[in-house]
Write a protein that binds this ligand. Structure first.
Ligand SMILES: Cc1ncc(COP(=O)(O)O)c(C=O)c1O
Length: 412
């Protein structure tokens, strides 16, 4: 995974400095890197498997556009995302999941010919069967199952294999199937599972997929089901401290080749692993101070733009891009903070830094997923960061003509 200061990023920051007198605060998205990563993910994937992108990770239009040729479709987790994806990627297959769907959202999903719905509970299924009757088509449905499995380990973010608001218990399945049989406007297309995110262990992930497959094959024969797809979710982990130790997608795909799943398509819907590495959050150092013996670098922006370090509870990796000024400090441990008046606005604690001066830039890689879109952007009414989408084809020198900023398809 890409996590170093790429020359394109360096040149882009230099161009941002030339473009404005204001200290830099921006997200840079490297669409070329995203394209290459997506292409590689696709190329590894065996026949009979599908890739959907979980847009909750980052639904910016230029990212969706870049991913579109390599992905079979997109997954939405709210009516808002569904509408956005439908507008951004008209006609592309969509999946609509998540708990607490409104009737109006179910009606929207049922009305979109390219959309399948992941049903999370018996109550939701009952509402959907009433609503889908009005849509004038047979709506494809997946039952999201929260099954109990042994020997699959745990991660930091568990959505199932334990009590949770997501998916149905296996003992609800007979009732769900009976309900589906009485609902001519619904068609059971398959089953959906997403038991955990932040998975780093390829063998455990393969064990999971194998267990899903076994369960689905047994349900298929027990209930005489005509189903064709198993959605095994997302959750492939990114190792922020050591990006090279992130989930080993090629090895996972090699393992998938050993699975026999003749007439069932295996579908995956990753988010973080797809888009994390194409994004960089850049902050310009405004002030460096010493407080009770500890150094702080205060930089433009903060966790209201980039909540990932707070959400992960980690020190986010970063690089210093030195400017022209003589260093104010050398060989010190420095805590990197933003402009918010809360001690929680910390991006990395007590980090060893060779040299630093105001005007230098702190570059946080791995900021392309669950970053800007999970941040509390309104707090303190600071302006938003600039959003720069570096094109898939070089060059970035001719800023701003070839860049898109708040481009068509950038999120409002
Ligand atoms: C149902 C579902 N699918 C896919 C994802 C994407 O997970 P990740 O970004 O960890 O790949 C999530 C994340 O919460 C999810 O809840």
């Amino acid at each position: 995974m890409l996590a170093h200061a790429h020359p394109r990023i360096d040149r882009a920051i230099a161009a941002l400095c030339r473009d404005s007198d204001e200290p830099v605060c921006a997200y840079l998205y490297d669409l070329q890197a995203l394209r290459n990563h997506a292409a590689q993910m696709r190329q590894c994937l065996p026949e009979g498997c599908e890739l959907f992108y979980a847009a909750k990770a980052n639904a910016e239009g230029p990212l969706l556009q870049t991913l579109a040729p390599w992905f079979d479709g997109f997954e939405a987790a709210s009516g808002g995302e569904l509408q956005w994806l439908h507008r951004q990627q008209p006609g592309r297959p969509l999946l609509f999941g998540g708990p607490g769907k409104l009737d109006s959202e179910l009606a929207l999903a049922a009305s979109l010919p390219e959309c399948a719905i992941h049903v999370e509970s018996l109550g939701e299924l009952a509402r959907l069967s009433r609503i889908a009757g009005r849509a004038g088509r047979q709506t494809p449905v997946f039952l999201r199952m929260n099954i109990a499995l042994e020997g699959i380990g745990t991660t930091r973010l568990m959505m199932g294999n334990a009590p949770s608001p997501f998916g149905m218990d296996e003992q609800d399945l007979p009732q769900a199937i009976a309900q589906l049989r009485q609902s001519p406007s619904l068609r059971l297309q398959g089953f959906h599972f997403h038991l955990m995110s932040h998975q780093h262990d390829v063998e455990l992930q393969l064990t999971l997929v194998r267990a899903y497959l076994e369960r689905v094959l047994s349900w298929r024969s027990t209930y005489q089901l005509d189903i064709t797809v198993l959605n095994a979710g997302g959750g492939f982990g990114v190792n922020y401290a050591d990006p090279a130790a992130s989930f080993d997608w090629p090895r996972f795909c090699a393992g998938l080749r050993q699975l026999r799943h003749d007439d069932i398509r295996l579908r995956f819907e990753p988010g973080r692993y797809v888009s994390a590495s194409c994004g960089y959050y850049v902050m310009e150092v405004l002030d460096i101070k010493r407080s009770h013996g500890a150094y702080f670098a205060i930089a433009r922006g903060g966790t209201h733009h980039f909540r990932t370090p707070a959400a992960q509870g980690h020190d986010h990796p970063f690089f210093v891009r030195r400017g022209q000024k003589r260093p104010l400090i050398e060989g010190q441990r420095v805590t990197l903070v933003g402009q918010l008046c809360t001690p929680k606005d910390v991006l990395a604690r007590a980090q060893p830094i060779a040299a630093l001066a105001p005007g230098d830039h702190l570059v946080f890689p791995l900021a392309g997923a669950y970053a800007w879109n999970i941040s509390h952007q309104q707090f303190l009414m600071h302006p938003p960061p600039r959003m720069i989408f570096l094109p898939e084809v070089d060059e970035v020198q001719d800023f701003p003509a070839r860049w898109s900023e708040h481009a068509e398809g950038a999120m409002p």
